[in-house]
Structure formats: structure tokens, C-alpha cells
Design a binder for this molecule. Sequence first.
Ligand code: SAM
Length: 181
Amino acid sequence: MLMFISTLTGAQNDIINKYSYEIKTKSYNLSEYHRALYIIARILKPEIVIETGVFEGHSSLALLLALKENNKGHLHSIDLPSPKLPPGKESGWIVPEHLRKRWDLRLGKSSDLLPDLLKEVREVDIFLHDSEHSYENMHWEYKTAWRYIRKGGLLLRVMILARTMHSETLQNTFQRTNITC
Ligand SMILES: C[S@@+](CC[C@H](N)C(=O)[O-])C[C@H]1O[C@@H](n2cnc3c(N)ncnc32)[C@H](O)[C@@H]1O
């Protein structure tokens, strides 16, 4: 993970280790993937983060914890509520109230909500896809979000450690060099 984050962000190992330690000391039991999101957001200090796919809210939680520590930035999340949510729970239910000040959660399909959201925010520092993983939806989200991602920004997909799966699609679609998938 260390090397991956270093390659992605250009950060030195000591900085990555510092943020890795920081998130481990917080009393949230996040997976390695979610801790990686935290570390990336701590390093890049984004102003605008968009994620598609929230479910219970672990990725939102990791990102919001980082934005709180950064004391800057907003997370805009889109989620079509899943029937697999625990009974009586809503999308993002695990995110505590005190972290919600920097959070804009919109419920519905990304294909319905993402275009207007992108127009509103105008520029995105980090875009994270984790909604419906069909080829069509991923391709559509990448293509739609791409021109709003600022130079040097990131486009991430879930399980960013598995980088190659859709690289061919992306290479065929995008020419900018700093894309990761
Ligand atoms: C894998 S879960 C997200 C997990 C979350 N990112 C995390 O790391 O904890 C995918 C979520 O996307 C939602 N979803 C599925 N299709 C969608 C769509 N077309 N637009 C927006 N959300 C969608 C699902 O209902 C589910 O809540």
C-alpha cells in the first residue's frame, strides 16, 4: 500500500507513515482500502471530493475524517440506496453527526445526479467510483467526470490496489497521463 500511495501522490514514505499511524489511532475499524482513502485525502488536501456509491458509509467516513483533519474540503456523495442495508438503516448511516458538516449526500442513480453535481462544483480534486460496477456505468461515470477533474487530480475506482482491470478502457478513452484506475 505504501508504494502504491507514494506512486499515486508523490508523497514520501515518512508522510504516508504519519497519516497511516494517525488513522490507526482513531477509534474506527477501517479496512486497509478505506485507510488508504484517508491517507490519500490527507496528503492531497482536496477542496472537492466526489464519490459514487456509499452503502453503509465506510468510504465516506474515511474521507470525511481526513477532511476534518485537513480543516478544509467537501465530500459530495451519490448513492442509490441498497436493499442490502440493515433494516431501518439509511445510506451512510455509520457516519457520525459531527462529521456531516462537510458532507452533501444525494440519493439516486449516478446517471441522474452526477451531471448536475459536476456542473455545480465545476472542478473536482478526487473522483471515486464505487457505485454500480457494470462496464457501461463505470465507463459513463469516468467519461462524465473526467473533464471536471482538475489537472493533477485523481480518478479512483474501488479497490484501487487492483489497478489494471479497466486500464485498457481508460487508456482508450482518456489521454491525460495522470489517470489511475
Ligand atoms: C459497493 S457499495 C459502496 C461501498 C462504499 N463506497 C464503501 O467503500 O464503503 C455500492 C453502493 O452503490 C449503490 N449503487 C448501485 N448502483 C448505483 C447507481 N447507479 N448510482 C448510485 N449508486 C448506486 C449501491 O446501492 C451501494 O449502496
